[in-house]
Write a protein that binds this ligand. Structure first.
Ligand SMILES: *Cc1c(COP(=O)(O)O)cnc(C)c1O
Length: 213
């Protein structure tokens, strides 16, 4: 676990120096590794499976559990109840399902619309053309609040052009609560921070090849 904690401290320092937020993507990490990071001060985690997000949010309620993967409508209740944020909104129907499951005493759930900047067909997210309309409709749901735009840039492709497109889109949509551009994963978080990303999602650079299983 010392190696994991050392990686985390270096990474967090680097991300904070850039004025951004680090999401530790724990989707494939065992509970023991998550516990070690929490001991080291980590509070922001990314999960892609709703039941695992629920289980970990119940076990560690003082941490913020962000949903970062594709969501099926029948899992909406887990996200509505237990997520601190949902960074991968890609349809109004699914957003409405989550909104409907949000309890009356819960504040609006911070969400990001996921944009497919590269236009590749197998990629998740909405097109740049469709994104502004989706942002406005989702933000119009009282139970959700759009706080940013998220994109995954395929390995080997530069992040600068996608980030510039997202920044233009954010200007165009002009929703005051929209402050985040969430681009950057293990392979490209440095470039993304340099190009203006405000939140990076890092999994394998933290957890890969550790002797923790
Ligand atoms: C898994 C995942 C990540 C983390 O990817 P790494 O390459 O392991 O850093 C980031 N974002 C999303 C949406 C993911 O599904």
């Amino acid at each position: 676990m010392e190696a994991l904690v050392a990686r985390y401290r270096r990474l967090r320092e680097e991300v904070e120096q850039a004025g951004a937020t680090l999401i530790c993507v724990s989707k494939y990490a065992p509970d023991a590794a998550v516990a070690a990071l929490i001991d080291a001060g980590a509070r922001d985690f990314g999960e892609s499976r709703p039941q695992q997000l629920r289980d970990r949010a119940k076990r560690w309620p003082h941490c913020r559990w962000q949903m970062i993967g594709p969501l099926q409508r029948n899992k909406a209740k887990y996200i509505a109840r237990f997520a601190a944020g949902w960074l991968s909104v890609e349809s109004l129907a699914c957003a409405e399902a989550v909104a409907a499951r949000r309890a009356d005493d819960q504040p609006p759930l911070p969400v990001m619309v996921q944009v497919n900047c590269s236009g590749l067909r197998h990629q998740h997210g909405v097109t740049l053309e469709a994104a502004a309309d989706l942002c406005r409709r989702v933000d119009g749901l009282p139970q959700l609040q759009v706080v940013g735009l998220m994109a995954m840039v395929p390995k080997g492709e530069p992040v600068e052009a996608p980030l510039a497109s997202l920044a233009r889109l954010k200007e165009q949509v002009a929703i005051p609560s929209m402050r985040h551009l969430c681009v950057g994963m293990s392979h490209d978080y440095r470039q993304a921070l340099a190009a203006g990303s405000t939140m990076v999602r890092v999994g394998s650079a933290l957890f890969a090849d550790l002797d923790i299983r």
